[in-house]
Design a binder for this molecule. Structure first.
Ligand code: F6R
Length: 253
């Protein structure tokens, strides 16, 4: 089902698989219309099904990524890129090694850099130079973070080093052997970097996200809910499953 609310497009799909397929269709359409598209990519559990659907389409010859460029949202800091919990590793395993994107066209913020603020500033400068992101994929944290822009008193501008909140460290500890192993910091695109994308798509699944999705779409625009900044963007599409949409459905009807 497709809804529009204050210029935002909201797809509510039955379950995770249907949400993943709908999100993949948008990404694939972008690449078909613009073979040299610049994609902004996310990690986490949520987009895995979409990446699988994209890989299937590629295997059937329905998509060509040979000219596509990608910039990921974030990376833990510090972390070695070959660490199996790094987002470099995640992207290689879940997407890049299965499609014909050129390794030199893929970019993930460095978790290894000695001068992290400098490499983060260079990441943004490079993005501006090539004209910015055409389609940005986002997930959302239980606390409303997008990228690793955690709730705060101001919206972060550019890519930079951020402290992860305890709730994010706890949420992400499910991927690590022990909570002590979760990095306490990350390098993340800022809200301004994200908002400069021409199109943005945000995916959310499961009832645990229902409350934060309602705040994101219907709540105040505040750095206390970083994703609420998306209300200011001209071209945002939400892909939700019914569980994640549970609190907004009564408001949309
Ligand atoms: C990942 C990212 C994060 C995740 C968010 C949700 O690159 O930027 O904002 O999108 O933490 O994670 P999942 O999908 O695991 O619930």
């Amino acid at each position: 089902m497709k809804y529009n609310y204050r210029g935002m497009t909201i797809y509510v799909e039955k379950d995770y698989a249907a949400m993943s397929a709908a999100a993949a269709a948008m990404l694939l359409q972008e690449v078909r219309e613009n073979p040299s598209a610049v994609l902004g990519l996310a990690t986490g559990s949520t987009p895995i099904g979409m990446y699988q659907a994209v890989v299937k389409a590629y295997e059937k010859g329905e998509a060509d990524f040979s000219k596509v460029v990608s910039y990921n949202l974030d990376e833990y800091y510090p972390i070695q890129h070959d660490n199996d919990q790094s987002y470099h590793y995640f992207m290689k395993e879940n997407l890049f090694k299965h499609i014909n994107i050129l390794p030199e066209n893929t970019h993930v913020p460095s978790g290894e850099s000695k001068d992290v603020e400098k490499t983060a500033a260079e990441y943004d400068a490079e993005l501006y130079q090539i004209g910015g992101v055409d389609l940005q994929v986002l997930g959302i944290g239980n606390n409303g973070h997008i990228g690793f822009n955690e709730p705060g008193v101001v919206f972060a501008k550019g890519t930079g080093l951020v402290d992860l909140t305890q709730s994010t460290i706890e949420a992400n500890s499910r991927f690590f052997a022990a909570i002590e192993d979760v990095p306490k910091k990350a390098v993340s695109m800022g809200i301004a970097t994200i908002m400069q994308a021409k199109k943005i798509m945000l995916m959310a699944s499961g009832q645990g996200k229902a409350g934060i999705i309602a705040q994101t779409i219907f709540g105040e625009i505040t750095p206390a809910v970083p994703a609420s900044a998306l209300q200011l963007h001209r071209n945002v599409t939400f892909f939700l499953d019914e569980a994640a949409a549970a609190e907004i459905l009564p408001l949309l009807k």
